[in-house]
Design a binder for this molecule. Structure first.
Ligand SMILES: [Zn+2]
Length: 417
């Protein structure tokens, strides 16, 4: 056991449990940010907790972006670069995040974990789990998600900040702590107050397995396909009705099954139909397109347009409109800008006796958006697993290592002055 472990344990468990109990489910169908008012509950709590640990410089704007600044504690003309740590307050709407009842499994016995409603964390499905036998694992009770994505990241950042405040002998430059709404909706950084940020780079605390980090993610695009049919009473419809529901179904059946999320892994991208709504007159399908390679995104976009045209021509008088929008880019494009960002991260992980492991995200993060805005932002492990599911779990000692990694990063950047 390292020194301070007890302090870290108390701090992080208390904070994490408190945060996951607050429902912060976001809603991708809403345009406003934050998409759900419940996210304010956690944002206001964080603002208060930052004040409690003595951070005066805080700004919570009208869209729910909270930026706090741990001031530099050195009195020198040449200050170290300002760096930031970021986490998101919302949880995915895929699984309920209401009334989360976290269960702390102390001295985990290494066997399957039985939760409510027959939800079981089997070791065969979670090979990493048995590695943590004897440690403390936290899960939900099986009826909701846990919300470690990304409340683990929030708890880790707050704990690191509280530790820095209690250790003024550890010299550091200014550090920005950034909490954002609506990451899960993909719109989270749309109104981000970039001008208020001084950081030359940031680290998103939103990853999973111990020692890992991500410097690459998908290119994310979204296609909204609108089918406008021609409505006639079904009794008189022969040869005249152009049914928008049927048209939408036809498009879905034409998507290549071998390019679906369920058929791909590694570096292969996909189409994923996310939403279908509508009626006989008009229906709308939302499809997300993902790939590490932009050329593949372009190919899939063209395919959707072509399928749209084909359907339009087989339903005379109908209209099919395909609109494709970019959501985010592969952050790799921007991370090469300053090689220190990854070099220090690897070093900070090594300082905890871990072997840094580079991964890529089969998805996106706000870090990708921020990287695109000019602030390189890789994604760092938090210790969680099975995000967006009732089987989400997290390991306490890994959370502590994530906190220590944050502190190491602050020290490494301090040495850059
Ligand atoms: Zn997340």
């Amino acid at each position: 056991m390292k020194s301070d472990d007890q302090w870290f344990t108390r701090q992080i468990v208390e904070r994490f449990i408190k945060y996951v109990k607050i429902d912060t489910t976001s809603d991708r169908h809403k345009q406003e940010i934050p998409s759900t008012p419940c996210q304010w509950d956690l944002l206001h709590l964080l603002d208060r907790e930052l004040e409690e640990i003595g951070i005066q410089n805080r700004n919570l704007d009208e869209h729910g972006y909270l930026i706090a600044r741990l001031e530099s504690n050195i009195d020198e003309v040449t200050q170290p670069p300002v760096v930031g740590f970021m986490a998101h307050v919302d949880t995915s709407e895929d699984v309920s995040g209401k009334n989360v009842c976290p269960i702390v499994h102390e001295h985990y016995d290494g066997a399957a974990i039985e939760l409510k409603d027959g939800v079981t964390l089997k070791t065969a499905e979670n090979p990493l789990l048995s590695k943590y036998a004897g440690k403390t694992i936290i899960t939900s009770d099986g009826t909701t998600l846990l919300g470690a994505d990304d409340k683990a990241g929030i708890a880790e950042i707050l704990t690191a900040a509280a530790w820095m405040q209690e250790h003024p002998e550890v010299k550091h430059g200014a550090v920005e702590l950034i909490f954002t709404p609506d990451e899960e909706t993909g719109k989270g950084l749309n109104l981000f107050p970039l001008k208020k940020l001084d950081s030359i780079c940031c680290y998103t605390m939103d990853g999973d397995e111990e020692g890992t980090f991500e410097d690459e993610c998908f290119h994310g695009h979204t296609a909204e396909i609108t089918f406008n049919g021609i409505v006639i009473h079904p009794g008189d419809a022969r040869g005249r009705l152009m049914n928008a529901v049927t048209m939408a179904g036809e498009l879905l059946s034409m998507l290549p099954r071998n390019e679906s999320p369920e058929a791909t892994d590694g570096r292969f991208g996909y189409y994923c139909p996310l939403d279908v709504r509508g009626n006989i007159e008009q229906s709308v399908i939302e499809i997300i397109i993902r790939d590490f390679d932009l050329e593949q995104i372009k190919r899939r976009s063209e395919t959707l347009r072509r399928i749209g045209k084909t359907i339009e021509s087989t339903y005379p008088g109908s209209k099919v409109h395909v609109e494709i929008r970019k959501q985010y880019s592969n952050m790799r494009l921007y991370l090469d800008k300053d090689t220190r960002v990854i070099r220090f991260l690897e070093k900070a992980i090594e300082m905890e006796g871990l072997t840094p492991k580079k991964k890529y995200i089969r998805g996106g993060t706000d870090g990708a958006r921020l990287s695109e805005m000019g602030i390189p932002t890789p994604n760092v492990f938090t210790g969680g697993a099975n995000f967006h599911s009732k089987k989400e779990w997290i390991v306490l000692p890994v959370m502590i290592n994530a906190v220590r990694t944050i502190i190491n990063l602050i020290r490494l950047w301090y040495a850059e002055r």
